[in-house]
Design a protein around this ligand. Structure first.
Ligand SMILES: CC(C)(COP(=O)(O)OP(=O)(O)OC[C@H]1O[C@@H](n2cnc3c(N)ncnc32)[C@H](O)[C@@H]1OP(=O)(O)O)[C@@H](O)C(=O)NCCC(=O)NCCS
Length: 176
């Protein structure tokens, strides 16, 4: 995952979080807003073109959370039965309201439906909010990558999760 910008996200402070949050696949129409949130969140942001190209890939899956405006997004890259979460961000004014949790739970169910059984990601060792989020979803620290990040240089934790599932009466998947 890309690096978190120092003091990032301050321009997103006024996002209203409605009672109803829609989680749905990212489309080309979302890309400009997603890239704008990415730019205020990370020190080495993906460009608008990077997101547009990612949406064309069959081995990638990107979701957005929307109220009246974009609240957040998450993306994963797939390889065999593994998924690597490459992007997670929530607008600063929408944080601590369960948006990232909803995005990642929905992403996980989609991954399970596609046969993915292991999910991993990298996170800055200082990024306590993200580490707590991933731990709350069942991820554990599996290792450390020295000096993985730039701007500023920092180690990454590799976190991994093998999500457990249950099947509803109609065969629908949900997380346990
Ligand atoms: C990390 C981030 C995505 C969390 O998004 P969020 O929508 O605020 O997270 P949620 O509200 O879904 O939080 C779910 C759980 O994560 C943990 N958590 C989230 N933010 C936290 C914080 N600031 N401090 C401690 N724990 C936190 C808590 O366990 C929380 O559950 P709780 O609110 O019931 O205690 C958001 O802070 C963000 O966009 N940060 C900048 C970008 C970033 O770091 N992305 C990850 C890169 S690896």
């Amino acid at each position: 995952m890309t690096a978190v910008a120092a003091g990032a996200g301050r321009t997103g402070a006024a996002v209203a979080v409605p009672g109803q949050i829609a989680i749905r696949p990212m489309t080309a129409a979302d890309v400009a807003e997603v890239a704008a949130l990415e730019a205020v969140t990370f020190s080495m942001p993906w460009s608008e073109n990077s997101f547009a190209e990612a949406l064309k890939r069959e081995d990638a899956l990107f979701l957005v959370a929307r109220g009246e405006a974009l609240l957040g997004y998450a993306g994963v890259s797939l390889a065999l039965d593994e998924g690597e979460i490459t992007n997670v961000a929530v607008a600063e004014g929408a944080r601590r309201r369960g948006v990232a949790r909803r995005l990642l739970e929905t992403l996980t169910v989609r991954l399970l439906e596609r046969g993915i059984r292991q999910i991993f990601l990298e996170v800055r060792v200082s990024n306590t909010p993200a580490i707590r989020l991933y731990e709350s979803l069942g991820f554990v620290i599996a290792g450390t990558r020295r000096r993985f990040y730039e701007r500023p240089v920092e180690d990454a934790y590799v976190m991994a999760c093998e999500p457990a599932v249950s099947y509803g009466e109609k065969g629908s998947l949900s997380l346990q």
